[in-house]
Design a protein around this ligand. Structure first.
Ligand code: UDP
Ligand code: MG
Length: 318
């Protein structure tokens, strides 16, 4: 463990951002230079398939503020940030996307709030430029749903762009869950939190890698990690449907034995089988989502594998 600290660490997950890295580096350096000289930029290369890594190494060779951590493959945005946290030595730690959708210049506003004593300063997007209606609607629906089914207060319309105090980062490291949902974990931790508003820019270079499938999985991580509502829903559905089924059974037996009514009954058979089958699959699916995550936890594999870095083992913060 290395005891030298920085005033600010900035963690930047990058995946196929080769085109944007030079501008990103320039803008980060400019804004941080105005705050202090004692800062570090930690780029986490999340298994990029382009030349992002070469670009990062080039920059690191000329600037001692720059660290890079390069994964052996793509582990995902949340894991990339988590590994940055493992190495960050700052009193204040900023998490920012590497695609310039989060304007680096806002860091000085985040830092001002931090200096006022806030332990978490998250950047709240007033608008999201260049994003499809589909993405905006699904994201908005998801966060509102999550708010309603969890007991913790996850701020609406925020991503991971934020500043956290070292104390918060240290606590995060004691939350070793593999299915990361950092914005939820940070909300769960508490501490004095505030927000700064900003206009989220459109992506300047490259493309978003968040496919619907990835977004769906991320949303499920958020829900399963912070709510047991779906499990309770499964129980309630089971109860309601079985009560209903029981009544129908009584009715069927009664009709048969008391009135000897034999109906042809195709429609009712189809309707009830479909209905019961559907509810059963749904509830099994819900349970499966939770079991899947228990399974991931019990395998206890490392969260990420580093292939190349200029941050020594000694830089790892316990
Ligand atoms: N990213 C990453 N690993 C991934 C996908 C994305 O490190 O598997 C990085 C990406 O380079 C960017 C940030 O995470 O800096 C946000 O990704 P993206 O822009 O694709 O997400 P969106 O803005 O669409 O939510
Ligand atoms: Mg983006």
């Amino acid at each position: 463990m290395n005891n030298t600290t920085s005033e600010i660490s900035v963690i930047i997950p990058v995946y196929n951002e080769e085109a944007g890295v030079p501008e990103l580096y320039k803008r980060l350096t400019a804004v941080l230079g105005e705050i202090t000289d004692n800062y570090e930029l930690i780029f986490v290369n999340d298994g990029s398939k382009d030349n992002t890594l070469a670009g990062l190494i080039g920059i690191a060779n000329t600037d001692k503020h720059v660290k890079y951590i390069s994964f052996s493959r793509n582990f995902g945005h949340q894991v990339a940030i988590s590994s940055g946290l493992d190495f960050a030595k700052g009193n204040a730690i900023v998490i920012i996307d590497g695609d310039l959708q989060d304007p680096p210049e806002l860091i000085s506003d985040l830092y001002k709030k931090y200096k006022e004593g806030f332990k978490v300063v998250y950047a709240k997007r007033k608008s999201r430029k260049g994003e499809t209606l589909y993405k905006k609607t699904t994201a908005s629906l998801f966060y509102r749903l999550l708010k309603n089914i969890t007991s913790i207060d996850i701020p609406l319309d925020t991503g991971d762009f934020r500043l956290i105090d070292k104390k918060v980062a240290d606590q995060l490291k004691h939350m070793p869950e593999k299915s990361k949902f950092l914005r939820g974990q940070i909300a769960w931790l508490g501490f004095k939190q505030t927000s700064v508003e900003f206009e989220r820019d459109a992506r300047k270079y490259g493309n978003s890698d968040f496919t619907t499938k990835k977004m769906f999985r991320f949303a499920l991580d958020g829900i399963t990690g912070f709510s047991d509502f779906p499990l309770r829903l499964a129980t309630w559905l089971g109860l309601i449907v079985s009560t209903f089924a029981f009544i129908v059974i009584i009715y069927a037996l009664y009709s048969k034995f008391m009135y000897a009514v034999v109906v042809s009954g195709w429609t009712s058979v189809i309707v009830s089988t479909m209905f019961l089958g559907g509810i059963q699959l749904l509830t099994i699916g819900i349970i499966g989502e939770y079991i899947n995550r228990i399974n991931t936890e019990t395998r206890n594999r490392p969260l990420y594998i580093i292939e190349d870095t200029n941050a020594g083992e000694a830089d790892k913060q316990e």
